[in-house]
Design a protein around this ligand. Structure first.
Ligand code: SF4
Length: 378
């Protein structure tokens, strides 16, 4: 898939897309051109530094929206683009432009959980409304602003003392995670648009762990469930068990302290089984880096420094993680022994490490899943 990225500003989402392409995380997607509606913006430098053609189509140079869009379409046709990503593109596109592409081939990232808080001032509106949770949405672009079918979403808690800049920074972190993933699904022809909704089709079997993790944690619950079912089918076909493993023990980014928690004992112990990598805190939408958390006396999760109750988000991540475990047919889990979420043995509580279980571990145990920790591995 040949992807055009349309920008208007500093290009942080463009940067995330180009980085994903560099890592092979856009699948068959390739960025063939970057088009900016404004001259002299940082996004143009980012594109050129990555060796991509960067073209300015300055909207102020055209007397009508139609003339501006005709020029855009011409540039995209010159580069044979067959899909478009709007990455902070500040112009509204008309149906005339969108008709230049098959349905569902133009995607946008919006900094709120649509359909809540559409428009150009999402963070201001979220704070003014006193919302406790916001996030980011990748959606299909239609002529109605911020109204197209939802492809992927990820949530972010609104914390006490947040201003627009602080909130925007945390939301951007999840934008950078879900937009490249959604573009990958598009490139892999896994987005099915019907009756105004997007269905994310399951991936081909036999994928690498990192791919699985990405698909399970990309912010679309529907896609995560489909991925978990696909793992179950692959395991059944191969006559193997599926076990759930704390993602950070497999080398995924650890949300607890950012360190590498890859454990060779765990890797060895998963050689003959299918693995469902789960990070309940990514599923909960906590930003990176997130504040250190602990369990309160009542068992709910809190931010250590402020006492802020983030229990609802943590429970949501644990619930979705447990649902994925069920979809994948998991009966055993290998979890990090020390964590407020996965912890099988030790949790922070009242400022100290104490014996106990994290919220995800408790959810799995309640679902009848047998728990083990890294020290249980030979
Ligand atoms: Fe690792 Fe679990 Fe913490 Fe995620 S929530 S970083 S998987 S211990």
């Amino acid at each position: 898939m040949k992807l055009a990225v349309l920008v208007s500003g500093r290009g942080s989402n463009l940067e995330a897309i180009l980085e994903a392409e560099r890592r092979g995380a856009l699948g068959p997607g390739r960025v063939v051109v970057v088009v900016s509606s404004r001259p002299f913006v940082r996004a143009i430098e980012i594109a050129r530094a990555a060796g991509k053609p960067a073209v300015v189509v300055d909207h102020r140079a055209y007397d009508s929206r139609e003339a501006f869009e005709d020029e855009l379409l011409e540039v995209l046709a010159e580069h044979a683009a067959d899909a478009v990503a709007l990455a902070g593109f500040m112009r509204i596109l008309t149906a005339r432009f969108l008709d230049g592409f098959p349905p569902g081939r133009v995607l946008n990232i919006h900094p709120s959980l649509l359909p809540a808080f559409p428009g150009g001032h999402a963070h201001r509106d979220v704070l003014a409304a006193g919302a406790r949770v916001t996030g980011a949405t990748v959606h299909v672009v239609t002529a109605g602003v911020d109204q197209g079918a939802i492809v992927a979403q990820a949530s972010v808690p609104v914390l006490p003392g947040d201003d627009q800049a602080r909130l925007a920074e945390r939301v951007l972190a999840v934008e950078h995670r879900i937009f490249p993933r959604a573009l990958r699904w598009l490139a892999e022809a896994r987005l099915q648009l019907a009756e105004g909704r997007v269905r994310v089709l399951p991936p081909a079997a036999g994928r690498e762990l990192a791919d699985r993790y990405a698909a399970l944690h990309a912010g679309s619950e529907l896609a995560a469930r489909a991925e978990a079912r696909a793992i179950r089918q692959v395991a059944a076909a191969a006559g193997r068990q599926v076990i759930a493993v704390s993602a950070c023990l497999l080398g995924e980014h650890c949300r607890w302290d950012g360190g590498d928690k890859r454990d060779p004992r765990v890797l060895a112990g998963t050689a003959d089984v299918e693995v469902l990598p789960v990070c309940p805190e990514v599923l909960a939408g906590f930003g990176i880096p997130r504040p250190a958390m602990e369990l309160g006396p009542d068992g709910a999760m809190r931010v250590q420094s402020s006492g802020e109750d983030v229990g609802a988000a943590a429970q949501g991540g644990a619930r979705l993680g447990a649902e994925l475990v069920r979809e994948a047919g998991v009966t055993r889990a290998l979890l990090k022994q020390r964590s407020p979420s996965c912890g099988t043995r030790v949790v922070w509580q009242g400022g100290a490490l104490v014996p106990g279980q994290g919220v995800f571990a408790r959810a799995l145990q309640a679902a009848g899943v047998a728990l083990a920790a890294e020290d249980d591995q030979p």
